[in-house]
Write a protein that binds this ligand. Sequence first.
Ligand code: GLN
Length: 490
Amino acid sequence: MHLYNLTIHEARSLLGAGEISAVELTQAVIDRILAVDNDVRAYITLTPEVALEQARAADAVRAGAGPLQGIPIAVKDIICTAGIPTTCGSRILENFIPPYDATVVARLKAAGAVILGKTNTDEFAMGSSTENSAFFPTRNPWDLERVPGGSSGGSAAAVAAGECLGALGTDTGGSVRQPAALCGIVGLKPTYGRVSRYGLIAFASSLDQVGVLTRDVTDAAILLGVIAGHDPLDSTSLDAPVPDYTAALTGDIRGMRVGVPREYFVSGMQPEVEAAVRAALQKLADLGAEIIEVSLPHTDYALPVYYLIAPAEASANLARYDSVRYGLRIVGTSLEETYKQTRGQGFGPEVKRRIMLGTYALSAGYYDAYYLKAQKVRTLIKGDFDRAFEQVDVIVAPTSPTTAFRIGEKTEDPIQMYLSDIFTLSVNLAGICGINVPCGFDAQGLPIGMQIMGPALGEMTILRVAYAYEQATDWHTHHPPIASRTSRAH
Ligand code: GLN
C-alpha cells in the first residue's frame, strides 16, 4: 500500500500510532504529484514548501491534536488562500493573491491539515468538464483521454490519482458530485448554509456551497465535520449545531425508506449507468431498506430554471471584475474602453455566455418573464422534494447520465455540456444535500456514481446510507490504472 493511497482515517491511525510522520506522508504525496501531475494536471498552483512546513508543525505537536493533524489536502482554486494565488481558472484573476483565508481554509488549518495547493476548475466554476479552465484541461486518471468532470475536476482527479488524501470543491449545480462520479470517488454537497461561503469567490450566491471530495464515506464525514458550522462572516450560514458525522456510520439501514424518483430514469441515459444504479438499489433493499417510487414532477424544469438563475446571479457577481480593485487591468483610451479590454480579454467564452444570458434575463422588460418566473418554478421544485421527504428518508438516482466523456466531445455544444448536470441541479435549487458514491464501472472500466439526496440538514442520513452501501461493496477500493502506467514512464 502506497502512503499516497491511504484514506484520511487510515492515515490518522498510522500517524496516531507513530508508524508514519506527517512529513513522510506529505513527501510521499508530493512525490506522487511530481510523478503523475504532468499527465493529470490536477493542480494550478502547488505549494510543497508550505505543505512541508505545515507537516513539520503537525509532527511537532501530539498526533491527533486536530482532526486533520498532518493530513495532506487540496483546495479548489476558487477558494481564497492567504498569500497563495487564487485564480478561479480565469485570466482575469491570474495574478490575484488573496490577503485572507476563506473560513473553510482557516478551519482546515485549525484542524492541523497540510495544504498542498490549488486545484484546477472550469473558469469561475462554470462547466462540467474542467475544459473551461483558462489554463489547461485536467485529465481523468482512469483514462487520460477523458474529462474528470467539473467544475471541481482538479480536486476530483487529485483525490482519485493519489495526489492528495482529500479535497475541497464547490457545488453550484453538481460540481462536487458529478466529478466525483466521473472519477470514482465520494463527493458530498452539503445543505445550503451548512458550510460558510466566506472567501469562496461567488458564482451564483444562492446556489454555491463548498463540498468535500474523498476516497470513502468515512473521510467525507470527517472532512465535512471540520468545515461545517455557523460563521458570523457569512450571513447565509446556518446557526445549527454540527453533529459528529462519523456517528452516522453505523452500517445499519434496516427500515430506512429509499425513494426512487421516476422522472430520473429516463431514456437517453447510458444503459450501464441505469443498470448499475438499479443494482445498487437492490443492494440497499438487501440491506433492509424499503425502496419506494416517488415523483418529483417539476424535474424537467430544473435545467432551464438553473440556467436562468445561475447566470443572472453570475452576471451580478462578476460585475466586480472592473480592473480597478483587483485582477487583470488592460488600460484603454477611456474608462469604458478599459472595462471592455479587461473584461473582453480576461473572461473566456463560457463566462461571457453566462454574463450575457444573465444580463438579458435580468433586464427591464424581461425580468418578470424570465428571472421572476424561474424563481417561482424554483419554489415548485423545492416543494417536490418537501413532499417526497414526507414519504422517504433519502432519494437515490444516478449522479451523471453518462460516465466520463472524451476531452473535446462536448465543447462545441453548450447544451450537451449542460445536460451532464441534469440529475444534480435540483438539489442546489432546493438547497438540500447530496452525496455521490461509486457504484460500478462501465464496459470501458470507467467509474459510475450513485447519488443519495437528503433533506435540508440531512447529512447524517445520506452519510448513513452511503456508508452502509459502501461497506457492502468494494467499488471504493479500486484505484485508477495511472499508477502503473506513469511509474513505468518515470
Ligand atoms: N455544470 C454546472 C454549470 O456549468 C454546475 C457548475 C457548478 O456546480 N459549479 O453551471
